[in-house]
Design a protein around this ligand. Structure first.
Ligand code: NAD
Length: 360
């Protein structure tokens, strides 16, 4: 297979971590007889420096022409970087919102997995973390409260703010289908999270999810209220496989799920549209405080590349090989600074990439 990938190394540690992910992709593709064609483009601060805008139309076209986009991270130090003296629509993060919109990315996936070797970083009680967890939060990204009409008016001498939460059947159906398709690649369980005891939008969400579930008799479906889900994530995270939810609930729950893993440098993510196309990037930012020192943890980006193989290219075996190599490196005691603990061996970003390649 030929994989046509647009790379956006970005700013800060972005170029360092993307270089490691490419190295790992090259290794696994060489082993399995695939060819990769990379096209590197600029976005964020790097694009501002060269083109005076955070995202050019050419970059969007290059991304659209690819099968998938692999991104590092964008942005700089928000207090000291000159990029943040620009008007908001010209700052690095504006590029991020624009590219998500241009590519129609409506489904955000964030896995939360507890590595046995990093269990000490998990803030949960030992008896809970001992069971481990391996879940995927699937968040609707382009609808709901964040995109509804909003206004602030004055009424009876006081200010009143109004935000509207809308979802259409088609918006819910397309993400539900993604959620069930992805559950089929995992442990075949979907927990749909809503607030159907109060909200109309949640009652519609639940109705459409049930309709979609009828086409997936092999996938177990359950419904959970969002307040209960927030509690269950810290009480019994092992029960979850795919958590499917709307925009705002997903925003909050995905951060909570990330937090219980305890290690930001390990968290991958994907944003998908209704084709096989996806944008894959670590959940963390550009870490300008450690940029250029070869000490960043490249694993979140490497795991994002594994997600790309699994969800865009259906290369599940190759994705498994990368994930197994990451587990083996941790088992062998190697750690970057952010996940280092006494008795383990501290390595830099490039070395971590090399060690993972050696295990593929
Ligand atoms: P950050 O995630 O970049 O860093 C937070 C802390 O975690 C820092 O101490 C950093 O050194 C550490 N860290 C992050 N990733 C790491 C890694 N891979 N290995 C080791 N340590 C790591 O968050 P921030 O400091 O709030 O933001 C910095 C910049 O990143 C800002 O400009 C912000 O807007 C941007 N940002 C971009 C994205 C994105 O590109 N999608 C996401 C979040 C933040």
């Amino acid at each position: 297979m030929t994989l046509n990938i647009t790379c956006i190394p970005g700013d800060g540690i972005g170029p360092e971590i993307v270089a490691q992910a490419k190295k790992v992709l090259d290794k696994v593709c060489e082993k399995n007889g695939h060819t990769i064609k990379y096209t590197d483009v600029l976005m964020g601060g790097a694009s501002i420096d060269k083109y005076c805008v955070p995202l050019t139309d050419e970059t969007i076209e290059t991304a659209k022409a690819a099968d998938a986009v692999l991104m590092g991270s964008i942005g700089g130090n928000t207090s000291t970087s000159p990029w943040y003296k620009l008007p908001p629509e010209k700052r690095p993060e504006a590029g991020l919102l624009k590219i998500r919109k241009a590519l129609g990315l409506f489904a955000n996936l964030r896995p939360a997995y507890l590595y046995e070797e990093l269990a000490d970083a998990c803030p949960l009680k030992k008896e809970i973390s001992a069971a481990g967890f391996d879940m995927l939060i699937m968040r609707e990204l382009t609808g709901g409260l964040y995109f509804g009409e909003r206004k602030t008016v004055e009424e009876n001498g006081e200010l009143k703010a109004i935000d509207t939460l809308t979802y259409s059947e088609s918006e819910i159906r397309r993400i539900a289908i993604k959620g069930f398709d992805i559950a089929r690649k995992r442990r075949k369980k979907v927990t749909s999270v809503d607030k159907a005891n109060v909200l109309d939008s949640s009652r519609l969400w639940r109705k459409v999810v049930n309709e979609v579930a009828a086409d997936y008799p092999d996938v177990e479906v359950e419904h959970m209220l969002v307040d209960n889900c927030a509690m269950q994530l810290v009480k019994d995270p092992a029960q979850f496989d795919v958590i499917l939810t709307e925009n705002m609930f997903g925003d909050i729950l995905s951060d909570e799920a990330s937090m219980v893993t305890g290690s930001i440098g390990m968290l991958s993510s994907a944003s998908l549209n209704d084709t096989k196309f996806g944008l894959y990037e670590p959940s963390h930012g550009s870490a300008p405080d450690i940029a250029g020192q070869d000490i960043a943890n490249p694993i979140a980006t490497i795991l994002s590349a594994a997600m790309m193989l699994r969800y865009t290219f259906d290369l599940d075996k190759e994705a498994d090989e990368i994930e197994a190599a990451v587990k083996q490196v941790l088992k062998d005691g190697y750690r970057t600074g952010d996940i280092y603990s006494e008795g383990t061996t501290k390595v830099g970003c490039t070395k971590m990439g090399d060690l993972i390649c050696e295990r593929i």
